[in-house]
Design a protein around this ligand. Structure first.
Ligand SMILES: NC(=O)c1ccc[n+]([C@@H]2O[C@H](COP(=O)([O-])OP(=O)(O)OC[C@H]3O[C@@H](n4cnc5c(N)ncnc54)[C@H](OP(=O)(O)O)[C@@H]3O)[C@@H](O)[C@H]2O)c1
Length: 206
């Protein structure tokens, strides 16, 4: 499969959650976490999020090099009034897996599987590095498809969410992946007095 190198980035609580059961938009971690998010974006040819994250975090998905901005939905329904569609930035690509995405002026629509979309990004749009910022449901499928090459985490051990339904980086608690995926540590940086720590892992080969 001709596909981009795929990285993901999350902030996780001490109990491994990415948001609370009641719904917790971004903003519960330090300024340093936000700065790292921006740095990680800078090496990406394309950014990708699930529609849930786009909406809850009101994302415009920008970076200085203007990467492609990709949003994944199964239903293909998007709010044309979302700030993404009025913001400057890279070309917007909307994927609808079950239904073709709404036609929103200035966007490119795709209808098909996530695996095929990722391949299209590499083959037709020359995307070599794809950076995914969640949410858990989208990353769960990337993990199922075994497409994750790098994991970046901000370990925010200062916070516990609890919540039987609160998602982790592979989404809501549920079935095991069909096989474990293995990674090796490439960065471990405690962040002074923030109570947080940057961690990076890369796919383990061999
Ligand atoms: N801590 C962190 O670093 C972090 C990072 C990201 C997000 N979050 C949090 O996570 C929450 C949002 O998560 P979420 O559960 O809504 O997850 P999500 O993956 O962002 O969004 C779920 C929606 O995206 C679409 N989708 C996701 N995966 C898909 C797939 N494989 N195929 C087709 N469509 C797919 C579906 O859209 P349709 O319903 O349109 O079909 C689905 O309902 C927010 O609270 C956000 O703040 C936290």
């Amino acid at each position: 499969m001709n596909r981009p190198h795929i990285s993901i980035n999350f902030a996780i609580s001490a109990d491994g959650k990415i948001s609370s059961a009641e719904h917790c938009p971004s903003g519960w971690t330090s300024r340093a976490d936000f700065e790292r998010l921006k740095t990680l974006r800078e090496s990406a040819d394309a950014l990708m999020v699930g529609r849930g994250t786009l909406e809850s975090d009101r994302m415009t998905m920008n970076a200085p090099q203007k990467p492609l901005r990709c949003v994944v939905s199964s239903k293909g329904r998007f709010d044309p009034g979302h700030p993404l569609f009025a913001s400057d930035g890279g070309p917007i690509h909307l994927l609808g897996t079950d239904h073709a995405p709404d036609e929103i002026p200035g966007t490119h629509g795709h209808h098909g599987s996530l695996a095929a979309f990722v391949e299209t990004l590499a083959q037709e749009f020359n995307v070599k590095r794809l950076h995914c910022e969640g949410g858990g449901q989208l990353v769960r499928e990337l993990a199922t498809l075994d497409l994750i090459d790098e994991i970046h985490l901000t370990w925010a051990g200062h916070t516990l969410f609890g919540g039987v339904d609160a998602p982790g980086i592979t989404g809501s608690p549920g079935d095991f992946l069909e096989a474990s995926r293995h990674f090796e540590l490439t960065e471990f940086t405690p962040l002074g007095n923030t109570g947080e720590c940057f961690l990076s892992y890369r796919r383990k080969t061999g």
